[in-house]
Ligand binder design. Sequence first.
Ligand code: HAM
Length: 404
Amino acid sequence: MKIEKPRGTRDFLPDDIEKRREIERIMRKIAESYGYREVLTPTFEHLDLFTIKSGESIIEEIYAFKDKSGRDLALRPELTAPVMRLYVNECMGIPKPIRFYYFANCFRYERPQKGRYREFWQFGVELIGSSSYLADVEVIELAYRIMDELKLSFEMHVGHVGLLRHVLRDLSEDRANKIMRLIDKRDLDALDRYLDGDLRDKIHSLVDMVGKSDVLEDAKKIIPNFNFDHLERVCRALDDLEVDYKVNLGIARGLEYYTGVVFEAYAEGLGAQNQICGGGSYRLSHLFGGDDVPATGFALGFDRIAEICDLDSKKPVRVVVVSFRGLEVEALKIADAIRSKAVVVTDVMERSVKKQLSYANDISADYAVIVGEKELKEGKIAVKDLKTKEQRITSLEEFLETLG
Ligand code: HAM
C-alpha cells in the first residue's frame, strides 16, 4: 500500500530546504541584530491556551485532541499565545523590555489551497513590556527590514484596531468580535446583514480608508472622539525611518487579542493568500495568570515568503573523489583533506571508475578527483574539471589552493 502525506502538508527536498535555510538565516540575522533572542515552545499545548482569547474562528481551525489521560491538547496554530505562556511561566521576573523571536511550525485545520497549508512555518517576534509607540515602531520596522532584505515586492499596511472597536463599543463583545471577523475576511455583504444606519456607514468608510498618512485627517472627521496620537506618532516615526507603508484603518486581524496598532503585509505573486506578515500590539499575559503586560509582535508567513523569494545564493563547490579498485581508503583520506574547502562525496557502491565519473556528472559536481596507483606513488592526483572536461595532474596542496 502506498501511503500519501496528510492533506495540507508538504515534503521538502534538498533544493527547497537549502533555499528555506538561507531565508531563515537572513531572518535570524536581522532579528538578532535588533537584540531579539530565540525561544522554542512545545509543538502542542493545553487547548485552553488558544481558546481563552484567540477567537472563535481559531477553535474551528485547530488540531485539537485528547491524550491517553484524557487531557485536552492542541497543536499550536500560532506562537504568540505559547510565547506569552512561556513569559508567564519562566520570565516575569526578568528586566523589560524582553525581545524574543521564534521560527517554528504551526498547524491549522484550514481548507488547503495555494499558500494555505495545514502545517506551515512562522518566523516571528514578540516584544514584551512596553506600550510605547516606540515598541510598535520597532517591530514594524523590523518586519519591514526583513522583507526588504529578502527583496520581496510587498506593501506594508498599518492600522489600529482600537478605531473599529471604538465604533463598535456599544455592541456586545460577541457581536463586535463577529463583525471584526467579517471585516478581517472583507465579507462586506455579510457585514451589511449585521449592521445598519450610522454604524454601517462608519464601518464602510473606515474599511475604505487606505492611503498615505493624510487619511488620518479624514478619519478624525468621522470618528472625532478617538485619540489618534499613538497611531500618528507611529506613522511619523516610520516616515522618518523611511519605512514605506500605507495607513489602512480597515485592518481587523483574525485573532482577537489585539488592542492597538496592527499591521499586515501583502505580496505580489501569491494569488488569494497574499498576506505574508501579520502583527500588532496586544495583551494576553493576564489571561494566563501573569501580570497585565503590554506586548507587540508579528509573524511572517515563512512558506509564502519562500514561494516568492528569489535568492541568488552561492552554492558550495562539489567534488567527487573517484578511486580505482583497491585505493578506496586512500580516496577516503584525500576526501577528508578536501572537505575543509568543498563538499566531497566518495563512492560507497564499489563501482567502476567510469560509473563513478558518470555519477559525478549526474549530481552536477564541479570536479572529479581521480585517485590512481601511478599518481599516488608520485604524490599527485588527477583533477577533472567537469564543466570544461579538462583533466590535469597536480598535487593535493595545489588543488586545495585553487579551491580558495
Ligand atoms: P496570523 O496573521 O494569523 O498572525 O499569521 C501570520 C502569518 O502566517 C500570516 O500572515 C500568513 O502569512 C501565515 N499563515 C497563516 N496561516 C497560514 C496557513 N494556513 N498556511 C500558510 N501560511 C499561513 C499570527 O499568527 C499572530 N500570532 C502574529 C502575531 C505575533 N501577532 C503578534 N505577534
